[in-house]
Design a protein around this ligand. Structure first.
Ligand SMILES: NC(=O)C1=CN([C@@H]2O[C@H](COP(=O)(O)OP(=O)(O)OC[C@H]3O[C@@H](n4cnc5c(N)ncnc54)[C@H](OP(=O)(O)O)[C@@H]3O)[C@@H](O)[C@H]2O)C=CC1
Ligand SMILES: O=C1O[C@H](COP(=O)(O)O)[C@@H](O)[C@H](O)[C@H]1O
Length: 561
């Protein structure tokens, strides 16, 4: 009941619609009554089905408009419009909704629809009626051209929004898919020119949220001149990935993992991100941020916080985010001795040539920006004292993927020690959560090879999502957009979380820049700089590579670098 009353308070404060209030309130009541129902299954709570529970006259009174600011850009085309269509296709959008694209480029509604239609796709498993649905979706999309710092232009948008809202209570979501230097202008103009007069107004902000502690705080302060914290949805799309969402389920709904989840049983944790392509087309942005800001300070650190937090009081957003902040505040700021940086260099192989990072016309020839980094982080609390959390992130590597590897300690006094040979580490249990591609959770165990002898083998207890579930896994942006529409903040970053995250990385980022640390060059398509192995070795860790993660590796080989 406590969570239900908390929710009532916060919903009224943010003047959320009565319909979404009722929906969430009932869900909360259910979650108190039945332990399992606290896990919201959207297949039974989507808007279509919910209209059985809530009279359509309620839905008729409200409407949701999503304005994608920066609609002509890469992210909007690649991710946001396709995610909105997928939500529509699955009946997750409210009955009355409108989508607006807003940018400086001149476009008609028809031209926007034409642009969007090129990137919309149907779920592999649900192609029926897809063409019809696409057409209907496109008819709900409109365009307004305008400057980002013109209140007048946003007032024109407001006028068009009102026409579509047709007298219903308007709820408005603005997605800032634009470069960060214009975030504040847009928020100011949208607030004064186009915020909802009677419903809610929410703003999704894309990263980067500043370059360091100072600029991030400035950005937060500027946004808060116009918005309350409740209205700001800072997106980290890794939090919307299926396997990252599943991390808490794995920990807190199974008896077998949580007792092992500490320094007592875990030797080290590895958080690995790799891409087999370079910064193509995004060199201008990337050069002023680098891989530590682009991937580590946000995506990998968010995963780490979810992995390491204590059990939250409930699944409420504030309870979860409180626990994440505690983990981040218990961490030691990263030190320069615990980081290595690299940058990819071009070469030719098999008649094909691979570019250097600095070949990008938007990157200066003498750029020291890292495209690869490895780091060792520590959480100084009772649960994790002394356990290295190793992060590795890189572009233009030999493989593509993201995973969490949990290496367990050796079995004390292991009776089968002799059977393992010299590589004892290789035979300890390991839990792998493969975030992408080919989502999976598997546990490496030792077992006996059948027969009269006593030969041991390594096997995987394997949950491979594609084998178990026939349905397509939704894109992270779908989940996050839906959450923002529903006012669910659990997967968005609160400002104190952001402060704590920057506090860990800002000193080392400054030091790397001030000392002009030269990144170790590594060939495009390689495993990255050897320095990463020395860093791991310092903490008695070996990076492990799983064969299904590595498309250039020969099959059935476990890689110890
Ligand atoms: N692309 C991606 O994969 C990812 C992007 N992001 C973040 O999302 C946001 C949008 O990214 P993305 O779509 O790649 O960005 P783009 O560079 O494509 O910019 C989006 C739109 O903003 C306008 N714009 C671009 N540069 C400027 C400028 N200097 N001044 C004013 N307007 C400008 C352009 O629209 P017009 O000229 O028509 O006004 C452009 O179409 C950024 O904050 C980015 O960091 C985050 C994760 C991944
Ligand atoms: O935020 C970012 O993420 C992408 C990787 O996202 P994914 O969902 O495709 O794994 C990365 O390429 C980009 O540099 C970074 O800004």
């Amino acid at each position: 009941m406590r969570s239900a009353s908390k929710l009532v308070g916060s919903l009224f404060r943010t003047s959320a619609s009565y319909v979404s209030f009722l929906r969430i309130f009932l869900l909360k009541i259910f979650s108190v009554g039945f332990a399992d129902s606290s896990i919201v299954d959207r297949s039974v709570t989507n808007f279509e089905v919910s209209s059985d529970h809530f009279s359509s006259s309620e839905q008729n009174k409200t409407t949701v408009s999503v304005t994608v600011v920066g609609a002509s850009g890469d992210l909007a085309k690649k991710k946001i419009f396709p995610a909105l269509f997928a939500l529509y296709y699955e009946n997750f959008l409210p009955e009355h909704f409108t989508i607006f694209g807003y940018a400086r480029s001149k476009m008609s509604d028809e031209e926007l629809r034409n642009m969007i239609s090129k990137t919309l796709t149907c779920r592999i498993d649900k192609r029926e009626n897809c063409g019809d649905k696409m057409e209907k979706f496109l008819q709900r999309c409109f365009y307004q051209s305008g400057q980002y710092d013109s209140e007048e232009n946003f007032k024109e948008l407001d006028k068009k929004l009102k026409e579509r809202e047709a007298g219903r209570v308007p709820n408005r979501l603005f997605y800032l898919s634009i470069p960060p230097n214009i975030f504040v202008d847009v928020v100011r103009c949208a607030t004064y020119g186009a915020s909802s007069p009677t419903g809610w107004t929410r703003v999704i902000v894309e990263k980067p949220f500043g370059r360091d502690s100072e600029s991030s705080r400035e950005l937060t302060a500027s946004l808060k001149q116009y918005l309350t914290e409740d209205q700001i949805f800072r997106i980290d799309h890794y939090l919307g990935k299926e396997l990252v969402e599943n991390l808490s389920v794995l920990r807190f709904s199974n008896l077998v993992f949580e007792p092992l989840w500490s320094r007592q049983y875990i030797r080290n944790v590895q958080l690995i991100f790799s891409e087999d392509f370079g910064t193509e087309g995004r060199g201008g942005y990337f050069d002023s941020y680098g891989i530590i800001r682009d991937i580590m300070q946000n995506h990998l650190l968010q995963i780490l916080a979810l992995f390491a937090m204590e059990t939250p009081v409930s699944l409420d957003a504030e309870d979860i985010r409180n626990e994440k902040v505690k983990v981040l505040k218990s961490m030691r700021p990263l030190e320069i001795e615990d980081v290595i940086v690299g940058q990819y260099k071009g070469h030719s192989k098999g008649g094909k040539s691979y570019p250097s990072y600095t070949d990008d016309p938007k990157v200066p020839n003498n750029s020291l920006t890292p495209t690869f980094a490895a780091a060792a982080l520590f959480i100084d609390n009772a649960r994790w004292d002394g356990v290295p959390f190793l992060m590795k992130a890189g572009k233009a590597l030999h493989s593509n993927g993201a995973e969490i590897r949990v290496q367990f300690r050796h079995v004390p006094g292991n009776l089968y020690r002799r059977n393992f040979g010299t590589y004892l580490d290789k035979n300890t249990n390991e839990l792998v959560i493969r975030v992408q591609p080919n989502e999976a959770i598997y546990l490496k165990i030792n077992n006996k090879v059948p027969g009269l002898g006593m030969r041991l083998d390594r096997s995987n207890l394997n949950l491979l999502y594609s084998a178990k579930y026939s349905r397509e896994i939704p894109d992270a942006y779908e989940r996050l957009l839906l959450d923002a529409i529903e006012g669910e903040r659990r997967l968005f970053i609160r400002s104190d979380e952001l402060d704590a995250a920057w506090a860990l990385f800002t000193p080392v980022l400054k030091e790397l820049e001030e000392k002009h640390v030269f990144p170790e060059l590594y060939p495009f398509g390689s495993r990255g700089p050897v320095g990463a192995h020395y860093l791991a070795a310092k903490y008695n860790v070996r990076w492990v590579k799983n064969e299904s993660f590595c498309w250039r590796c020969p099959k059935k080989v476990s890689y110890y670098f």
